[in-house]
Design a protein around this ligand. Sequence first.
Ligand SMILES: O=C(O)CCC(=O)C(=O)O
Ligand SMILES: [Fe+2]
Length: 227
Amino acid sequence: MDAELFPRPRTTIAPGAVHVPDWLDARAQRELLAACREWAVPPAGLRTVRTPGGGTMTARQVCLGWHWYPYGYARTVVDGDGTPVKPFPDWLGELGRRAVRDALEEGAPGTVPYDEAPATGKPLYDIALINFYDGDARMGMHRDSDEESDAPVVSLSLGDSCVFRFGNTESRARPYTDVELRSGDLFVFGGPSRLAYHGVPKVHPGTAPPELGLAGRLNVTLRVSGR
Ligand SMILES: O=C(O)CCC(=O)C(=O)O
Ligand SMILES: [Fe+2]
């Protein structure tokens, strides 16, 4: 990663939406990447997602806990090999809660219940979507709206940097803010920003930290199903 004179600052992009640069250190990035490589293997591995209109998403995807497909959740890969979705590991849920704790100020809208110990019950992170972007892959503006929980969404990036476009809750159009997400960055959106439109208009090939050993970009999105 570039050694910069000044560290990139944590930035509130919109109310409840926070970018925390370099949240995962080099070792944590390597460990998360190793896990992603295992999750990508079939059965229920990395797949191309087909949309109802007949298109395909350019980012390939694998899910944990609940299988997301356009537009709902299932326990099996209903739009792929039909096998059971891989389990959502406890350590990933703990990482999600820690991310929310670190990113959002205490008492900020939409934060408090998600910081509770597992023994206190729901809500707990129980869904991961792992998106792999290579070549010209991108993701159009959309909302994460198939969950039955308003718990914040946690996003972790590995590999190539990208332009992450974070918009408003009304439409795909402006106003939006373009944020550069690099390997190790955390982005959390909850509270009034939970249903904001967002997307990835551009990945910058060849910008991954060389020591990570990843060509392309991985994004791990953690969500609470509320089911
Ligand atoms: O790749 C990203 O940073 C965003 C992924 C995303 O928005 C999603 O999976 O819903
Ligand atoms: Fe999303």
